[in-house]
Design a protein around this ligand. Structure first.
Ligand code: ADP
Ligand code: MG
Length: 434
């Protein structure tokens, strides 16, 4: 890519557009960390200070980063680590172990992973340890520097931290926090979680060893802040190679954000989710509609993107169903029409389905009872149907009362768009009951 100075002659529009797309795509698809994460300056400073104390001064520490999914916990941590590793001394010394509760599902696996990430497989060899604590101790001891006078600082990051609390006896958490409290070796334990009540999951002896430091990411922007964020996320910075183009682009983004219909659409998104992740999703869809012929985002683009984002998630799920499952949903829709939304049982649904089959000469939809039951089970897992009363577990499954969690319009709309839906099934869905 050409690295022209801003003062050079303007670039052809085609090149400008491809550069805009490149820059914004990196920003919106999270391929690039932001230079300074917006709105979390205080948290950034706090965490950086904390980790510096471990990495530079050899103090041990523990901290939890808490916030809903998509609130930027991982991004914050990555930014802090990037800034921390800028110091040569730190880069040379600091060791990192990254664990994830979804991957390391018990302490034995976690320990193996720790050993691997610390490159200590050979040192451990096939030694057998009496306990987790002994093993961890051995690992930390093995990390001591050549002169054995000082230990290298180790950073433990536990993503999905709450899941580690389900490990037997919380041994890993107990031992990590224990080390972080004693002077054995400089370690920092950073837990990342979306559970606000995470401390209540910890056993007393584990909890008492935790520092109780928490960093919360519960950003709750006002609508005007949200609007401003949309504008900055779409705007180009001063270093864009074609100054005039960048000015025009930024002006068009400003106009876009001042449009009434755009603001209304954004308000709907704001009401349902305020985090960067869903916001970026929306903006990415807008960006994909920019081309040389149309080198700006217009209000219509945002409205269309917004519509695509808001398409009902359940309706979307209908598209992933098998034909059998779809037929059962249609049968339930008919039952809903007849009984005006009263709950039904699976036997009734099956009978309804059989009526449809009987009208057909070919037997391509011949399903055994267990297959049908399996399909019902799947629909229940997807929460498309739900038992009316969960206490009546004793009733036979076929006779348990159920409700369809979709309304008729959702079913019909989804059916219109179902890929390769057989015409007879579609007709059956549209036909009146009978
Ligand atoms: N303050 C912020 N500034 C810029 N981008 C952000 C910010 N917070 C979150 N993001 C974006 O949203 C995405 C989702 O955040 P992520 O760190 O993965 O969330 P979490 O780990 O909390 O689920 C990130 O990749 C990041 O690009
Ligand atoms: Mg994350």
């Amino acid at each position: 890519m050409s690295k022209r100075k801003a003062k050079d002659a303007p670039l052809p529009v085609g090149e400008c557009i491809s550069q805009v797309q490149d820059i914004l795509r990196k920003r919106l698809c999270h391929q690039q960390l932001p230079d300074t994460p917006e709105g979390v300056e205080a948290q950034h400073k706090h965490l950086l200070g904390l980790l510096k104390r471990t990495a530079v001064h050899g103090e041990s520490n523990s901290v939890l980063i808490v916030g809903p999914r998509g609130s930027g916990k991982t991004m914050l941590l990555k930014c802090v680590l990037r800034d921390l590793l800028e110091e040569k001394e730190v880069e040379k010394n600091l060791l990192q172990v990254h664990l994830n509760g979804l991957l390391q599902t018990d302490d034995r696996i976690a320990l193996q992973e720790m050993t691997r990430q610390l490159h200590l497989e050979n040192v451990v060899g096939d030694k057998v340890f009496g306990s987790f604590a002994e093993n961890l101790c051995f690992l930390l001891e093995a990390l001591k520097k050549g002169d054995r006078s000082s230990s290298r600082p180790v950073l433990f990051v536990l993503d999905e931290f709450d899941l580690f609390a389900h490990h037997k006896n919380q041994t890993l958490l107990y031992n990590l926090f224990d080390v972080s409290q004693s002077a054995q070796a400089p370690v920092a334990v950073v837990g990342v979680t979306c559970r606000l009540d995470v401390l209540e999951l910890l056993e007393k002896r584990v909890k008492s060893r935790f520092s109780h430091r928490q960093i919360h990411l519960l950003s709750n922007p006002t609508f005007s802040q949200y609007l401003e964020r949309v504008q900055t996320q779409l705007s180009l910075q001063d270093d864009f190679p074609d100054e005039t183009f960048a000015q025009d682009w930024n002006a068009s983004v400003k106009t876009l954000c001042e449009d009434k219909s755009v603001q209304d659409a954004l308000q709907r998104h704001y009401n349902s989710s305020k985090n960067f992740r869903s916001n970026h999703m929306l903006l990415m869809l807008c960006l994909s509609r920019v081309s040389v012929a149309k080198p700006a985002i217009k209000p219509a683009d945002l409205l269309e993107a917004s519509r695509m984002c808001l398409i009902d998630a359940q309706a979307n799920m209908l598209h992933g169903l098998s034909i059998l499952e779809l037929c059962l949903i249609i049968a339930m829709k008919h039952l809903n029409d007849v009984y005006e939304g009263e709950p039904f049982n699976l036997q009734m649904v099956h009978n309804e389905f059989k009526k449809f089959l009987q009208r057909k000469s070919n037997s391509m939809y011949n399903f055994e009872q267990p297959v049908i039951m399996k399909a019902f089970e799947h629909l229940q897992q997807l929460e498309m149907i739900r038992p009316v009363d969960s206490s009546s577990v004793k009733t036979q499954r076929e006779y348990q009362l159920m409700r369809l969690m979709l309304d008729n319009t959702q079913v019909m709309e989804a059916l219109q768009k179902y890929p390769q839906c057989p015409t007879d099934v579609k007709q059956w869905a549209m036909s009146a009951y009978g």
